[in-house]
Design a protein around this ligand. Structure first.
Ligand code: G6P
Ligand code: MG
Length: 217
């Protein structure tokens, strides 16, 4: 039976996915090219340096490690400026209600994000205590689509992968959950999140009972 829900952060709990996109777009523009929203789908859930590599390849650029570190730092500074104004008002619709249902159902929760900024974001929005385990970009060696971020979360909670449901907005994140042997709820479009076991536009229109019923068959 299902014992734990594992949540991605950016684009699931809070709408920081848009800020990552804006900061990467600004970087690409300064380098003389652009990235589309469609291209950005492939960046969601992907680590900072791997995202930069994808963007540079897209622009046909090969740069030194030193220059890449400088660009990644610049992007992160712009990202931090964008998120610095965030408050609990920025928690996505339906998250608070969903988490109270999660608690009532007696389920455990873990955060599974490859972002190194994840703990700071959770503090800003006042949700650090909503998670029994927090796995972020500083605790893993392989980013999504590798399942490490979710299998570590399950291990920290003391549950097995088949007892977990993953909530993800990213193609790479859905793949990570599936490779980890978990039931995956995709939040977004079914045309994009084709590997997910269940897709909903938002947590706002999902109930814990509905997820448990679908994940338990
Ligand atoms: C999440 C986001 C990605 C981001 C990654 C690393 O997975 O979806 O867009 O690149 O975290 O975030 P960081 O805050 O460490 O740069
Ligand atoms: Mg995400």
């Amino acid at each position: 039976s299902i014992k734990a829900f594992l949540f991605d952060l950016d684009g699931v709990i809070v709408d920081t996915a848009i800020y990552h996109y804006q900061a990467w777009k600004r970087l690409a523009n300064e380098l003389g090219f652009d990235i589309s929203e469609e291209f950005n789908e492939g960046l969601k859930g992907v680590s900072r340096m791997e995202s930069l590599d994808l963007i540079l390849a897209h622009g046909g650029l090969t740069l030194s490690e030193e220059k890449k570190t400088e660009l990644a730092t610049q992007k992160n500074q712009w990202y931090l400026e964008l998120v610095s104004r965030m408050t609990s008002d920025d928690i996505l619709p339906g998250v608070a209600t969903f988490f109270s249902q999660v608690r009532k159902a007696g389920l455990q929760t873990a955060l599974g994000s490859v972002s190194k900024n994840a703990p700071m974001i959770l503090e800003r929005i006042g949700m650090t205590n909503a998670f029994d385990a927090i796995i972020d970009g500083t605790k893993i060696s392989k980013g999504k689509p590798d399942p490490e971020v979710f299998t570590k979360g399950a291990a920290e909670l003391g549950v097995s992968p088949v007892e977990c449901v993953v909530f993800e907005d990213a193609v790479a994140g859905v793949e990570a959950g599936k490779r980890g042997g978990m039931f995956v709820v995709g939040l977004g479009s079914p045309d994009v999140l084709t590997q997910a076991d269940l897709v909903s536009p938002s947590l706002d229109i999902l109930t814990v009972d509905e997820v448990l019923a679908k994940a338990s068959v």
